[in-house]
Design a protein around this ligand. Structure first.
Ligand code: FES
Length: 597
């Protein structure tokens, strides 16, 4: 101060200190005052924080508003999130219209095709990033912008652990393209056309031509793959605004959803609608129903298990199987059916499906709007004629899309997406043709010397959580080239890995415990007989316990380890599929219940 007369008196000092301390005591857990950096002097911490944020041109009036964080997962490596800039602009508009202050921040972004060795290896890292940045930075609510397969689960896992009011904004599906007059979309058609190419049905020029058409715009895969599954699950959990799952990425509807999401986040902050009030057993039960009724991706089970685990809830796989027997597949989307996500949106989206499923739902589950799922359904009004969501009386598949298998080959369980499998192979005994790991598979699957017939069972080891590592989506073992050329379209396949939700076939996945830690799968040998009975929910290796024990003693497995870094953390702490492949230290400290209750 240049003029000593301007210096504050002792009393003025005291009154400013008091003001600051009142300011501090009022709402210390809100807005910009939340979670102050530790300098040993809280007043100074707030003073410094405000000084820095004012460097970005904010006024005190702006800084006094409720703060809504916006997790920005835009990345040049993630075209599924290519509309992130437009969504963020709309979320900010919604936040400001509702009287809040939007604060965008970056987190990790993961795209399926740009993550080695596999996106699943990074899901837990993204969940840690999300949790810790939501905790560390001052925000009263958070909008989570996600879409590509692992991003929505990672964000919900992180937000569940962080515990503040949270709302999911889905990026939305891509548009479909057209190849020589045929409608195509990622990624069921990617696999179909690649299969045609492998079988010499189309040439290199045509496969290059279709490559231009499979992804017709930014956005997530346009079939009922994992991204669409998780979008529907997020809405079923009550974590999006109503109608938040289905609008395609490039539509005005998607932008409007983003604006509503921003506004709703401010209401949630005011109401203290924390995520634990939404992610209840009732919400998870609804999500399980929806997973079954949409013919959703098998990955949905792993992710739901992981999200529930953060809340101290255990997904009961036996109950999921029971629920499957009474929950038909109603949604006619590829790969189980015919349509694409944009058709589902035109058919009314999740409201149409939930209306049909109403008798099976927990209508008392709370949603981000502060209203229950039942209240939201009432507000949606009656449905209209459409052909994408079938009525209960005329489903596209009579039972839920996913069956849970058990047997001596998978004491901890395995799953099969029966709605995407060949009915002819669902009761089958065949000879094992074993591949020890991905490298062995790549070296031999297309060899003319491979001893294999269409009646055999392909077994792939070492693609579980620790095996690959990261439980890659390699469970969709390609049909051996010589069988593909002979016209074989499906064959029984078994592994401890996962499969893309966009894939089709009689494929047993998530065999638990995995082979890399010495599960029975590790000891399957060429020529063993394997029995698959979907009717009896059984996957059995027709080898005696004594013989299996002898093999285990003769060739014990070496569990994978790493010297340093994230890989070391991953291999030391990752759990099996039945615990969601989460890190053990990230799950809730105490399990408090089961779903369904
Ligand atoms: Fe992102 Fe399919 S690759 S959703």
């Amino acid at each position: 101060m240049d003029n000593p007369q301007d210096e504050p008196t002792h009393d003025q000092h005291n009154s400013r200190d008091n003001e600051m301390s009142n300011d501090m005591n009022n709402d210390m857990n809100k807005g910009m005052k939340k979670g102050l950096t530790s300098y040993g002097d809280q007043g100074f911490s707030l003073f410094l924080r405000k000084a820095f944020i004012k460097g970005a041109g904010y006024t005190d009036a702006a800084l006094d508003r409720p703060v809504v964080g916006i997790a920005n997962t835009g990345s040049a490596y993630n075209p599924c999130h290519g509309n992130a800039p437009q969504l963020i602009e709309a979320v900010k508009r919604g936040v400001m219209l509702a009287g809040g202050l939007p604060m965008e921040f970056p987190t990790i972004s993961i795209h399926e095709s740009f993550a080695a060795p596999t996106s699943m290896y990074l899901r837990n890292l993204m969940s840690m990033d999300t949790e810790e940045m939501v905790r560390a930075q001052p925000m009263d609510a958070v909008v989570l912008i996600g879409g590509c397969d692992k991003t929505v689960p990672a964000q919900l896992m992180g937000a569940a652990s962080a515990g503040i009011p949270s709302i999911q904004l889905i990026t939305g599906s891509m548009l479909t393209g057209s190849h020589r007059g045929e409608r195509v979309g990622a990624c069921t058609d990617c696999r179909r056309y690649w299969g045609k190419f492998r079988a010499n049905e189309i040439d290199e020029a045509e496969v290059a031509e279709v490559n231009d058409q499979l992804v017709a715009s930014v956005g997530t895969c346009s079939v009922m793959g994992t991204a669409s599954t998780m979008a529907c699950i997020a809405e079923a959990l009550g974590m999006t605004v109503p109608g938040g799952a289905s609008p395609p990425a490039v539509t005005a509807d998607r932008i409007r959803i983003a604006e509503q999401t921003g506004a709703q986040a401010v209401q949630m902050a005011h109401a203290g609608l924390t995520i634990d009030k939404i992610l209840t057993p009732a919400a998870f039960e609804n999500a399980m129903r929806v997973l079954l009724a949409i013919g959703g991706s098998t990955n949905g089970i792993v992710h739901l298990t992981a999200i529930a685990g953060r809340m101290g809830l255990e997904i009961d796989l036996a109950a999921l199987d029971r629920m499957g027997r009474e929950t038909p597949v109603l949604l006619d989307l590829k790969p189980s059916g015919q349509h694409y996500m944009e058709d589902f949106h035109h058919a009314g989206g999740m409201a149409t499906l939930l209306r049909e499923l109403k008798p099976l739902l927990r209508l008392d589950a709370m949603t981000v709007t502060g209203r229950t799922l039942g209240e939201e359904l009432e507000r949606q009004g009656p449905g209209f004629r459409q052909d994408v969501v079938r009525p209960m009386a005329n489903p596209i598949y009579p039972q839920g899309g996913i069956a849970v298998l058990r047997g001596n080959l998978a004491p901890g369980g395995a799953i099969i997406k029966q709605s995407a499998a060949d009915a002819r192979l669902m009761e089958h005994v065949g000879r094992a043709v074993v591949f020890e790991n991905l490298e062995d598979l790549a070296n031999r699957i297309d060899s003319d010397a491979l001893d294999v017939t269409g009646e055999d069972v392909l077994v792939l080891k070492n693609i579980g959580p620790k095996g690959a590592p990261g439980m890659p989506e390699a469970g969709y073992i390609p049909i051996p080239r010589k069988l593909a050329r002979a016209g074989v379209k499906d064959i029984v396949r078994i592994s401890d890995g996962r499969m893309s939700g966009t894939a089709f076939g009689t494929i047993v996945l998530h065999v638990t415990p995995e082979s890399a830690i010495g599960g029975p799968l590790a000891h399957v040998q060429n020529g063993d007989q394997i029995r698959l009975s979907v009717k009896n929910r059984e996957i059995a290796l027709l080898v005696s316990d004594e013989e299996l024990a002898r093999r285990a003693a003769a060739s014990p497995v070496t569990v994978p380890t790493a010297e340093r870094g994230y890989r070391k953390l991953f291999l030391q702490t990752v759990t099996q599929a039945d615990q969601g492949v989460d890190f053990d230290f990230l799950r809730a400290a105490k399990m408090v219940g089961k779903v369904p209750e």
